[in-house]
Design a protein. Structure first.
Length: 325
């Protein structure tokens, strides 16, 4: 018995800080509930809130909440006494009630507007006895009454022209961007051409393997080792850059991009031709164009000799005339 008593004291001492926090939170909640319950009790005693007939759904929900509160109190009582709750029915009861309350949330959302409307009418409208009805009478009245009666409440909508209230009230308000002016009209034609040339030079420099190697030497990041055979062509470099950008986009969106038949054919061609020979002729014509080749000097226009028709016949006639002489 003494061992069990010592074990319970150790368990109580271990859970004491957590229990104190829960009791403090529970006390704050009980103060709020007590103030509201006292006000309702006064109204019920004065026959201002008849409770004889009402919506059965709300009554069942209130009974569930009451049972849940009782189970929590008993749970805290056992924890305060240092008793074990492992395998106790109160834990199962708490889980079941919590599950019921979670499952009926969609019903609360569907009946929220109807309950608010009845409550508002009961506070400042006609007699409460005619408004708060039973479940059966409520179903009959819904069939007999106009269906447009339960349409969305326009008063709950947010006006577009209403001024912004401090705090926002939980309503999303899109940001207002400052107006901007396009400065393209102020730039002259020569400046536009210079900008285009600069962009073209930057684009060509990015495609140059020499510039890429030079930039890689100045950067602090580790060197990227790629499997290459010989000099890669510009076409292959562009294809690899597009494929890397596509892979990054797929990793960010967690989806596979569709591959067209043309892309499959291009990938097959690049795989076969990646043998180091495509890059040999990329800059060949640009290099040859800059060589100082000698030009032939000609005094006049070049005359192309055209063969005359009947040349052999004339030679035969001259030879035959000499023989006769």
């Amino acid at each position: 018995m003494s061992g069990e008593h010592v074990g319970s004291e150790d368990l109580a001492g271990k859970d004491a800080p957590r229990l104190l926090d829960l009791l403090k939170e529970m006390k704050d909640g009980l103060d709020v509930v007590k103030s509201k319950v006292e006000a309702l009790t006064v109204k019920v005693k004065q026959d201002k809130l008849p409770t004889s007939e009402g919506i059965s759904y709300l009554e069942a929900k209130h009974l569930l909440l009451l049972d849940y509160c009782q189970s929590i109190v008993y749970y805290l009582l056992r924890k305060a006494k240092g008793l074990s709750i492992e395998g106790h029915p109160v834990v199962r009861n708490l889980v079941e009630i919590r599950l019921f309350l979670e499952k009926i949330r969609p019903i609360d959302k569907k009946l929220d507007y109807q309950i608010q409307k009845l409550t508002k009418a009961a506070e400042g409208g006609p007699a409460p006895e005619k408004i708060v009805t039973s479940n059966k009478e409520l179903g009959k009245s819904q069939k007999e009454e106009d269906p447009l009666k339960f349409r969305p409440n326009p008063e709950m909508l947010v006006s577009k022209t209403a001024p912004e209230v401090a705090g926002g009230g939980g309503v999303y308000r899109p940001p207002k961007f400052a107006p901007t002016v396009m400065d393209d009209d102020k730039i002259s034609k020569k400046e536009k051409q210079a900008l285009r040339r600069d962009k073209a030079m930057v684009r060509q420099a990015k495609q140059s393997s020499f510039v890429n190697e030079l930039m890689a030497n100045f950067e602090d990041r580790p060197e990227e080792v790629r499997e290459t055979v010989g000099a890669e062509s510009i076409e292959l470099t562009r294809y690899l850059a597009k494929r890397e950008a596509k892979e990054r986009q797929e990793e960010e969106l967690f989806t596979r991009a569709p591959v067209t038949r043309r892309e499959k054919k291009l990938e097959k061609h690049m795989t076969k031709s990646r043998n180091g020979l495509l890059g040999l002729t990329d800059g060949f014509f640009d290099d040859v164009k800059m060589l100082p080749l000698e030009e032939r000097e000609t005094d006049g226009p070049i005359e192309h000799s055209t063969p005359k028709r009947g040349g052999k016949r004339n030679k035969k006639r001259k030879l035959f005339a000499r023989i006769l002489m």
